[in-house]
Write a protein of this length. Structure first.
Length: 87
């Protein structure tokens, strides 16, 4: 019942001739949004696959890294290993 009321109000506001245009624009917006999400997920996956090369000179001393950063790195590596096992 509520949906009928909502559709009736939309029909009265926009008129019958503009509803197809509105539906088309809504569909295109939804498709563009999904494409953007897929593209951003692809970029993130590509960045995660790239190995980070660190030379001995670039490596910080273990004492210089705080515990939170070490924990975050360990968590990230564990997640990557779990994802690789799923494949």
């Amino acid at each position: 019942m509520i949906w009928l009321l909502i559709v009736a109000v939309i029909f009265l506001l926009f008129g019958g001739s503009r509803l197809p245009q509105l539906a088309k624009a809504l569909g295109q917006s939804k498709r563009s949004f999904k494409e953007g999400l897929d593209e951003s997920e692809d970029i993130v996956q590509e960045q995660q696959k790239k190995p980070v090369e660190v030379t001995a000179e670039d490596k910080p001393l273990l004492d210089a890294i705080d515990d939170e950063a070490l924990f975050a790195e360990a968590h990230r590596r564990a997640r990557l290993q779990a994802e690789e096992k799923k494949r």
